[in-house]
Design a protein around this ligand. Structure first.
Ligand SMILES: [Ca+2]
Length: 254
């Protein structure tokens, strides 16, 4: 990314960098003193992306990691767009400086996208540097239109796992299948029948939605059983189907 970097470094290389740890607008960096402080020692395996919610918190723990998010484009600008899966927005940023060659012209508000990229940050305000995170896709193939590729046999319906611990930053993936072009709303209720959050409201033919166990106003919910209510309305026929699945919020062992 640094224009003066002349050591050839390629994806999959194992690299030893010797330098001084610094921070630039919230991004932790290692500043090598010179070209000989960057040594390619061999070939490794590129880590698989971690699935996270667009509203993941704290995002600082994901900085520098390769992640995958799925959501709806909620706004767009020249060098990026905002993606939201119902848990909160994240900026997807394509830097012209990084020369990825990524073309955003086919992406519009309301589109569903799966995005793979590296979490970075541009927080010029400080002093805590805990805001303005961005996901930077590496190449055009990291922007997958229409949400995830539909797996053979469709999505596994219901929550996976059915018990999860938000205190350990665990999420559950809520899967559903729908006729093409259905309006789908996924609401979550507690056992008293009180609506605690809506994790998805959009047009789709099926996907998985991550839920991090937080309420609509991004507060932790008490441990217990919750009901996931999936309402699917076929826009062409008006036919409505409703499915309910229990899910358990647990906590870490004390
Ligand atoms: Ca940071």
């Amino acid at each position: 990314m640094n224009p003066t970097l002349t050591t050839p470094v390629n994806e999959g290389d194992i690299v030893i960098v010797t330098g001084v740890v610094d921070e630039y607008n919230g991004v932790t960096e290692v500043k090598p003193a010179n070209q000989s402080a960057i040594v390619v020692t061999g070939q490794g395996t590129v880590p698989a992306p971690q699935n996270i919610t667009t509203g993941h918190y704290p995002m600082e723990e994901k900085e520098g990691r390769l992640v995958r998010v799925v959501g709806t484009v909620s706004s767009k600008w020249t060098y990026g767009f905002e993606l939201n899966d119902g848990t909160g927005p994240i900026d997807i940023y394509v830097s012209s400086y990084d020369a990825t060659g990524i073309d955003l012209s086919g992406i519009n508000n309301g589109d569903e996208y799966t995005v793979i990229g590296i979490v970075t940050q541009y927080d010029s305000s400080g002093p805590e540097y805990l805001s303005n995170y961005e996901i930077c896709p590496r190449r055009q193939a990291d922007l997958i239109p229409g949400g995830e590729p539909v797996p053979p046999g469709g999505y596994t319906e219901g929550p996976d796992p059915a018990i999860f611990a938000p205190d350990l930053n665990e999420t559950t993936q809520i899967g559903f299948n729908a006729p093409a072009g259905s309006h789908v709303v996924i609401r979550i209720y507690n056992l008293q029948g009180v609506h605690v959050t809506t994790v998805y409201d959009g047009v789709t033919s099926g996907r998985t939605i991550a839920w991090d166990g937080k309420s609509q106003i991004r507060q932790k919910l008490p441990i217990g059983v919750y009901i996931i209510n999936v309402q699917i309305v076929n826009i062409k026929t008006g036919k409505t189907s409703i499915k309910n699945y229990p899910v358990v919020i647990s906590t870490k062992l004390k």
